[in-house]
Ligand binder design. Sequence first.
Ligand code: FES
Length: 169
Amino acid sequence: MSEKKQQVSRRQFLNYTLTGVGGFMAAGMLAPMVRFAIDPVLQTHARGEYKAVAEVDEITTEPQRFDWTIDQVDAWYESEVTKSAWVYKDEKDDIIALSPVCKHLGCVVSWEGSGDYPNEFFCPCHNGRYYKDGVNVPNTPPSAPLDVYEHRIEDGTLYLGNAKPRGEA
Ligand code: FES
């Protein structure tokens, strides 16, 4: 049995060495660039962040609209967004915070927004109607109840989180 000795020519050795070193250097330069390019996607943003919206003392049985702002980060773009809620205390003294966004096509509903429908939320876009608890009035355009904000109370202050479909909040 004869063993053939594998010879590496000087040219092959230089090729292998330069390719290896070049590849290593290219990877070293590209890695930070790729990391920078996809950084916003890798960032974890606190979801379900709560914001102070109102003092509990100022909340009555009559729905009132409260507005607040949040910082919204959309990949590389940061902006300040205003959010709103209709807030009241129900007959059990529980706080209810409803999203004002109509479930039909997304217009903004108002409490007693129509003189024809007292004690209801009204959407002017297509005459959408909701009862005080946010449930859609049958045979009006909205097909689902208003979303409900997650909420918590700390030291007499109402904090609101995300608005979720009824049953998920
Ligand atoms: S968007 Fe509210 S009824 Fe159509």
